[in-house]
Write a protein of this length. Structure first.
Length: 261
């Protein structure tokens, strides 16, 4: 099974990029299953029902989230109703939605797990991603999942690397999101788990993580925290990773970084 994971989609400009690239990419690369991180897919941050629906319409089988998933209150009811729209499962239980789904693909079943890091994201009050991962993996196996995927939305590369190695052989593929910069370390870990520290973002190339560069420079250089984030415009890129996973063993047999513009 060929699975495509697409990095953090930034606003409507990112959604349009997915719409323009994904259908052709799925055909050219013979993609069977698509997971898109959509927690920034709404203009002005967060995700809305309309931006989520745009990504589902483009070809997403599952949408994962992160620290901005519940920033927009209008998404909460859709989080509860749509089984394939996820937010990190290790966030407080009283929040809308959850971070696990099982997709029956007929010839196999795919479990998708969404978790949040805890380093530099303390305000989320997330519980241990290690403990939550163990629980959800056991749950996925009890439901007959042959392929298990994890989107780990985290800031620190050390935390991503540590959890990935900890889960080697327990999941089919593990990728990081949140930092919006694609890392050059795609690999198959010793026990067969496909791994990359961060799959990058889908949004404007000439930007700072999707935002107008001048705004971020002003915040960092001049300590100007009053100006709101505004997405940059111009030419966009689509970042992601393809995992070629054996349907019977659930291990990754090959991995390919995707960077289209």
């Amino acid at each position: 099974m060929r699975i495509l994971a697409i990095g953090d989609v930034c606003g409507s400009i990112g959604c349009n990029t997915v719409r323009n690239i994904l259908p052709k990419l799925k055909k050219e690369k013979d993609i069977n299953f698509v997971v898109i991180n959509g927690e920034n897919s709404a203009d002005g941050n967060g995700i809305t029902p309309s931006s989520a629906q745009a990504l589902f319409s483009c070809g997403a089988d599952v949408i994962t989230g992160g620290n901005h998933s519940l920033r927009r209150k209008e998404i909460c009811s859709m989080m509860e109703e749509n089984y394939f729209l996820l937010r990190p499962d290790n966030l407080p239980e009283e929040l809308a939605g959850n971070g696990y789904c099982l997709v029956d693909c007929g010839y196999t079943s795919v479990a998708v797990i969404n978790l949040s890091g805890t380093i530099y994201l303390e305000t989320l009050n997330a519980t241990s991603p290690f403990e939550k991962a163990d629980l959800l993996i056991e749950h996925a196996k009890s439901q007959g999942a042959k392929i298990i995927l994890i989107d780990f939305h985290a800031e620190a590369t050390s935390e991503k690397r540590a959890l990935g190695i900890y889960l080697d052989g327990k999941v089919s593929a593990f990728w990081g999101t949140h930092t919006h910069v694609q890392t050059n370390d795609a690999q198959i870990l010793p026990c067969g788990t496909g791994y990359i520290t961060d799959i990058g973002m889908t949004g404007p190339i000439q930007s700072v993580l999707g935002v107008k560069s001048s705004i971020i420079i002003s915040r960092l250089k001049d300590k100007n925290t009053t100006e709101k984030f505004v997405l940059a415009d111009g030419k966009c890129m689509l970042n992601g990773c393809i995992f070629d996973i054996n349907n019977n063993t659930g291990i990754t047999e090959s991995i390919e970084i995707i960077n289209f513009s």
